[in-house]
Design a binder for this molecule. Structure first.
Ligand code: ATP
Ligand code: MG
Length: 267
């Protein structure tokens, strides 16, 4: 999965990333689904150990263009975990109270505690994406945020949180298909937001903003992965493998007990 990781300092050109790529899985959609089930079992075990050990927090950040598949990825990859050990946070437009603070205030409060897996559906990166594209704050303000975000993420990792970030990469044509599907399929209409059509007109501006995010904030301690996401099954298996590798690297262990079990009798 190295292939999809952005090296620190890389000058990212998203046109060079193929959203249809499926080269890292040797099999078809059905086989990928079976493989995903196997990984889910392993994730369940790893998560229980992480929770029992209570030493590390793990944070997965997910960003994408509209219809990019953030919700679907979260359901497919994290849906089988014990809900007590995994918390999903979705960041919407900030409230007036949130806006009265710095942009990282609400984010910091939502970071996972030790033993927990946190998943961010959108994140502090909106503050250099939507905020930049729509001029919600002046450039002098948002342009400083890349360094601030790197410093914030460095602090979190130094204090015991492992951070991995996913950009789900879909093509503009694929977004068109997905928006059309939301109109045609009555079970998907609830997801259709006419505002998404206005956002689509800003596709190029968003891609430029993502290019800067990926170029400036992929660090050794909090890397970005660009996930080919035109095919849901491929996106899911790639994200699941990276999640699995991340948890395996932490190698969480059930803690030893200091109790002397030989003297304990249950009457
Ligand atoms: P999604 O589209 O992610 O599946 P949703 O459709 O349920 O989620 P929306 O209300 O469409 O919910 O998405 C959240 C909205 O909040 C997005 O338009 C996003 O750009 C906006 N948002 C998130 N964070 C910020 C921020 N810091 N400043 C301004 N807008 C933000
Ligand atoms: Mg939306």
């Amino acid at each position: 999965m190295e292939k999809y990781r952005i090296k620190p300092g890389a000058n990212v050109n998203l046109d060079e990333f193929d959203a249809d790529d499926k080269s890292e899985f040797d099999g078809d959609k059905a086989e990928a689904k079976d493989a995903l089930k196997e990984i889910a079992k392993d994730l369940d075990d790893l998560q229980e150990r992480l929770y029992a050990e209570g030493k590390h927090a793990v944070l997965f950040v997910i960003q994408a263009m509209d219809t990019g598949g953030k919700d679907g990825t979260i359901r497919s990859v994290f849906g089988d975990l014990n809900p007590a050990g995994c918390r999903v946070e979705a960041f919407k437009a900030p409230t007036s109270n949130e806006l009265a603070h710095d942009y990282l205030w609400r984010i910091h409060q939502a970071t996972p505690r030790r033993g927990m897996i946190g998943v961010f559906n959108r994140s502090h990166y909106e503050d250099v994406l939507v905020v930049r594209v729509h001029n919600l704050t002046p450039k002098e303000v948002w342009s400083k945020r890349y360094d601030q975000i790197n410093a914030f993420e460095r602090m979190l990792t130094e204090e015991g949180t492992t951070i991995v970030k996913f950009y789900l990469h879909i093509s503009k044509e694929e977004q068109k298909k997905r928006l059309e599907e939301r109109i045609e399929d009555p079970t998907k209409r609830w997801k259709f937001n006419p505002k998404d059509l206005d956002e689509r007109k800003l596709w190029g501006e968003y891609q430029d903003a993502f290019k800067d995010v990926l170029s400036k904030t992929s660090t050794a301690y909090a890397p970005w992965y660009v996930i080919p996401a035109n095919r849901n099954w491929y996106r899911n298996i790639v994200v699941a493998r990276i999640v699995q590798d991340t948890l395996r690297d932490l190698n969480p262990q059930f803690p030893e007990s200091d109790l002397d079990f030989s003297n304990i009798v249950i009457e």
